[in-house]
Ligand binder design. Structure first.
Ligand code: AMP
Length: 419
């Protein structure tokens, strides 16, 4: 099937032709027709599947017909990076139309955003915190919104944004088209979706399995040897661009600096960075100043840089779903990619969880000079449901007073990266 089958307006089709996309991805094939028909959508798809275009293209087509200059579409995203990425994508696809999009998030001046709003926009892409601020200040008028999209709804929940979102929803017209996209469906998101969607069409792309175009390699390595193994891999493998994931902000920062000192074109991104520094890191990674980005899960969310050849899990992810999210950063659309995961002795439970989720045993590679770590054996009481146990452990850790330094960034969401 080709994009021409959707009969987009020539101004949108021209942008699509210039994008180089040859054919719609499965999520686009599933979602575009019902969105064009005005249906509500519940989309179960992870990033990397082409989900942004799946809602932006039909959104532009529907807005094209009506009046310009009023906010008729509102897209809510959990992170600044994702909001920027969607806004940039709209800019490309709406280039030949007269539609304008603007982006709203915290950490930058409210003033410039308010004057931007006054200049008029058809589409607003926003993070919930700042948007709610502007709504409360009566600085933004959302009474003309016809289309609402909640993107990465599961991460909005992770960030503690659902109460803000419910407050924003109260200020929107009831008669509207609503779409909720989420890679996973925790019960809070299911209940939000039930509240706000009317007879939705469900579109679903297999989200528990990692993308097929990625090869996965696992290495057993002592904690203390991880940095050495990373340098070896970065030197010896044919790596064009890589994202290296660490569990904590502190580690992301330090590892980025260590790699720079060792002569790699590396940078890092984590929640403690100021907005200009984040942008500098992201721009540098996009334009090739850096080809290695060390990041935490949260900071990496929304990095949409095409052609990432490698994802390296310096630290094992906390859940099987996070593994899928991380590795989905490579092998996007029609490209192939490689994922390397370092596993240390205390990762035994996560390895089991991942094997259970993938339905296969992980195969470990060895690299000369790096000793395999004997894995700690699982005790009987933890065997039944490793994924659930790890999630529970993560949640209970939230309440504990840990030193900031060792805290995984995911536990700090509400505080440090709140938009
Ligand atoms: P997303 O899941 O929206 O983050 O998209 C992942 C990547 O796939 C982005 O770099 C898109 O530009 C790209 N993409 C989206 N749709 C297509 C398509 N139909 N053909 C090729 N690449 C695409």
């Amino acid at each position: 099937m080709s994009f021409t089958a959707f009969n987009f307006h020539p101004q949108i089709q021209t942008a699509l032709d210039n994008s180089g996309y040859e054919a719609p991805t499965p999520i686009q094939n599933q979602a575009i027709p019902p969105v064009l028909a005005g249906r509500d959508i519940l989309g179960l798809a992870q990033t990397g599947t082409g989900k942004t275009a799946a809602f932006i293209l039909p959104l532009l087509q529907r807005l094209h017909a009506g009046p310009k200059g009023k906010i008729r579409a509102l897209i809510i995203a959990p992170t600044r990076e994702l909001a920027e990425q969607i806004h940039t994508y709209i800019g490309k696809m709406a280039k030949h139309t007269h539609m304008r999009s603007m982006v709203i998030y915290g950490g930058v001046s409210k003033h410039s955003q308010i004057s931007n709003i006054r200049r008029g926009a058809d589409i607003v892409v926003a993070c919930p915190g700042r948007l709610l601020d502007l709504v409360n200040d009566r600085a933004i008028n959302l009474s003309a919104v016809e289309m609402l999209i909640l993107d990465e709804a599961d991460h909005m929940f992770d960030h503690g944004f659902l109460p803000d979102i419910r407050r924003i929803l109260k200020t929107l017209p009831r008669k509207r088209q609503t779409m909720v996209f989420s890679a996973t469906m925790p019960k809070e998101i299911r209940s939000l979706a039930e509240d706000i969607l009317t007879h939705p069409t469900t579109v679903q792309i297999n989200h528990t399995q990692p993308t097929a175009s990625i090869s996965h390699a696992f290495y057993k390595v002592e904690q203390r040897d991880k940095a050495k193994l990373l340098r070896k891999i970065l030197t010896e493998k044919d790596i064009t661009t890589a994202i290296v994931f660490t569990r904590t902000k502190h580690k992301a920062k330090n590892l980025g600096l260590q790699l720079q000192k060792a002569g790699f074109k590396a940078t890092s991104m984590q929640g403690n960075l100021s907005q200009p520094k984040r942008q500098e890191a992201l721009d540098g990674f996009k334009n090739g100043t850096y080809n290695i980005m060390v990041a935490t899960d949260i900071a990496a969310r929304g990095i949409d840089v095409s052609g990432i050849s490698h994802v390296i899990n310096f630290d094992m992810p906390a859940t099987a779903e996070t593994y899928t999210h991380r590795t989905g950063r490579t092998g996007r659309a029609s490209c192939t990619g490689e994922a390397f995961t370092f596993t240390a002795a205390d990762d035994y439970k996560m390895i089991k969880a991942l094997e259970q989720s993938l339905g296969q045993n992980l195969v470990f590679q060895t690299i000369a000079g790096f000793q395999s770590t004997p894995q700690v054996s699982e005790n009987k009481t933890t065997a039944q449901n490793p994924t659930a146990r790890i999630a529970t452990k993560a949640r209970s850790a939230r309440g504990k007073k840990k030193s900031q330094r060792n805290q995984p960034e995911i536990f700090n969401l509400g505080l440090s990266t709140r938009a």
